[in-house]
Design a protein around this ligand. Structure first.
Ligand code: GAR
Length: 194
């Protein structure tokens, strides 16, 4: 029997991207294989846990506060991912600075709400909104040791109009994320034409 396709999704907060990925992929057939999303979070209070549950999916919780340092948390994450052996590891709103314990052992992609290399790190939507630029955007890149700096896999622009507020700009960024991330995952897994 063909092994199922497993996508591990790491998140820390609301998990709207996680839910979007569940809607796009979870339980869908690709040839003889079925795709499964495995949510993982570092925050027991993350809203995404409830979102996943509404789709009948349990989240693996690894609370970073239970670990004495970043390396030991990352070690547990690596151990968990190794046991799962996913086809793809996706960070969607995973707000952790990673150490080489993770980045040297796990290949992953990250979703970031700006046109990298501009506006790395936290609060990227606000930084982009306040920059005076007429465009912002969304980037999907490979995860490396340097924050938000790995090879860019996909990017999409979002216009910033004079009438935009931070709220309306955020909405446009999110809508772009909901399109670009599934598109990129389909390409990476070679399931473009399904
Ligand atoms: C998304 O906008 C994502 O791009 C961003 O966090 C949000 C998570 O929203 N990620 C980063 O800023 C990473 N540096 P969600 O939990 O509703 O998917």
């Amino acid at each position: 029997m063909a092994r199922d396709i497993k996508i591990a999704v790491l998140f820390s907060g609301e998990g709207t991207n996680l839910e979007n990925l569940i809607r796009h992929f979870h339980g869908k057939r690709f040839g003889e294989k079925t795709i499964g999303i495995v949510p993982i979070t570092n925050r027991p209070e993350a809203g995404g846990i409830e979102r996943a549950k509404r789709h009948g999916i349990d989240t693996i919780v690894i609370d970073h506060r239970d670990f004495p340092n970043r390396e030991s948390f990352d070690g547990k994450l690596v151990e968990t991912l190794r046991a799962l052996a996913p086809d793809l590891v996706v960070m969607a709103g995973f707000m952790r600075i990673l150490t080489p314990v993770f980045t040297s052992q796990i290949e992953a992609i990250n979703l970031h709400p700006s046109l990298l290399p501009l506006f790395k790190g936290a609060d990227a939507i606000r930084k982009s909104f306040e920059s005076g630029m007429k465009v912002g955007g969304v980037t999907i890149h490979r995860v490396t040791q340097e924050l938000d700096s790995g090879k860019i896999l996909a990017q999409s622009c979002v216009s910033l109009e004079n009438h935009d507020t931070l709220e309306s700009f955020t909405h446009k960024i999110r809508q772009t994320e909901y399109r670009l991330l599934p598109e990129t995952i389909r390409e990476l897994l070679g399931i473009c034409g399904w």
